[in-house]
Design a protein around this ligand. Structure first.
Ligand code: 3PG
Length: 388
């Protein structure tokens, strides 16, 4: 059993809230605030119940080094704007003892610097977990989307503090558990985007769990490559392609793009062509799925009873290359299936078309969603179980 925050006394308590505010930043500004907005009800709940908050989060993968571009400062500012309250950003390294003094002063919301600026976070260092736990009276995991990571702030802190799950965590946990335990068939998994090495092991599992698996984005390029088809200058992951060759890649349940949108530059300026998969020239990049792939994927999605979708079909930052992802969003919206979608670029496409209300659950999680649905135990979920 996982204890929800609603079952915990918070009055006059210092509450360490681990959120997933791993959001895209451009020129020092947050460009997608979905994950921040989704955690706000928990922050407001703690304040309403008379607690104070220490927000803890990570940004990017700084690997234990201080990388100024990955500071949480713009995220803290965005949170403050969204909730219309003061947020005290603590610029010290998250493992610094100075933090204790700083959070003693009066304040409602403190915000720690990027946890991954300390190498101890990803190493799941027990002393770092103790240090974070020492800042607070209660720990709230509001980062379901980071709960596939065995990091100090996810699995270490709950050993040293009374711990519970935030409102968003519980919402994610319930929706994903439904998709895991109450499958409806045909069960269709659509996977796209990057982070191919992270996603691949889950894809292998979906290959046995799902009835149909549709691939787009860099993960599809990797499979096209594995099949011996040319991908030109497109991104793909050679090591994963090696692994993919060991799979049954000719299986009828695996659907790769049959045509792709290509260009010789990534900006969308200049000419853009649709080519049959395999016909990509040496100097071209695959930037989206082509129209025939859209038709093929639509026909599979139409028959689905449950749809899991993570990751875009193309380079959606460039509107010209967002068409495939948008077409899939429309197809998922129209399908008479229970749908669970996740990933920033996919959500942006859904929002652009005003289709949010057509999806059954929009998840803040990427890798964690795939891991959980692929049947893995998430360390962050396990760490919250059996808390007294
Ligand atoms: C995510 O963006 O999916 C989570 O924040 C996890 O990030 P990570 O893959 O860098 O651990």
């Amino acid at each position: 059993m996982i204890r929800s925050i609603t079952k915990v006394k918070l009055k006059n308590k210092k509450v360490l809230v681990r959120v997933d505010f791993n959001v895209p930043i451009k020129n020092g500004k947050v460009v997608d605030d979905f994950r921040i907005k989704e955690a706000i009800p928990t922050i407001q709940y703690v304040l309403k119940k008379g607690g104070s908050i220490i927000v803890a989060a990570h940004l990017g993968r700084p690997q234990g080094k201080i990388v100024p571009e990955l500071s949480m400062k713009p995220v803290a500012k965005k949170l403050s704007q969204l909730i219309k309250r003061k947020v005290d950003f603590i610029a010290d390294s998250p493992d610094s003892k100075n933090i204790f003094e700083k959070i003693k002063k009066r304040g409602e919301i403190f915000f720690l610097e990027n946890l991954r600026f300390s190498g101890q976070e990803e190493a799941n260092d027990e002393n770092f977990a103790r240090h974070l736990a020492g800042l607070a009276d209660v720990y709230v995991n509001e980062a379901f989307s980071d709960s596939h990571r065995t990091h100090s702030s996810i699995v270490g802190v709950p050993k040293f503090l009374p711990s519970c799950a935030g409102l968003l965590f519980m919402k994610e946990y319930r929706a994903l558990s439904r998709a895991l335990h109450q499958k409806k068939r045909p069960y269709v998994v659509i996977m796209g985007g990057a982070k191919v090495a992270t996603k691949f092991p889950y894809l292998v599992k979906f290959f046995t769990i799902a009835d149909e698996v549709i691939l787009g984005g860099i993960i599809a390029n990797t499979f096209l490559k594995a099949k011996g088809l040319s991908v030109g200058k497109s991104l793909f992951e050679e090591e994963v392609a090696e692994e993919a060759r060991k799979m049954e890649i000719t299986s009828l349940k695996l659907h790769l793009p049959v045509d792709v949108v290509v260009s010789i530059n990534l900006s969308g300026r200049g000419e853009v062509f649709a080519r049959g998969a395999g016909g990509v020239l040496k100097n071209e990049y695959i930037l989206d799925i082509g129209p025939d792939s859209v038709l093929l994927f639509e026909s599979i999605i139409k028959k689905a009873k449950m749809i899991i979708w993570n990751g875009p079909m193309g380079l959606t930052e460039v509107p010209k290359f967002a068409k495939g992802t948008e077409a899939i969003a429309l197809a998922v919206a129209k399908a008479k299936a229970w749908s669970l979608v996740g990933g920033g670029d996919v959500i942006a496409a859904i929002d652009k078309l005003g289709l949010r209300h057509k999806m059954n659950h929009i998840s803040t999680a990427g890798g964690a969603m795939l891991a959980y649905l692929a049947g893995e135990k998430l360390p962050g979920v396990e760490a919250l179980k059996n808390q007294n």
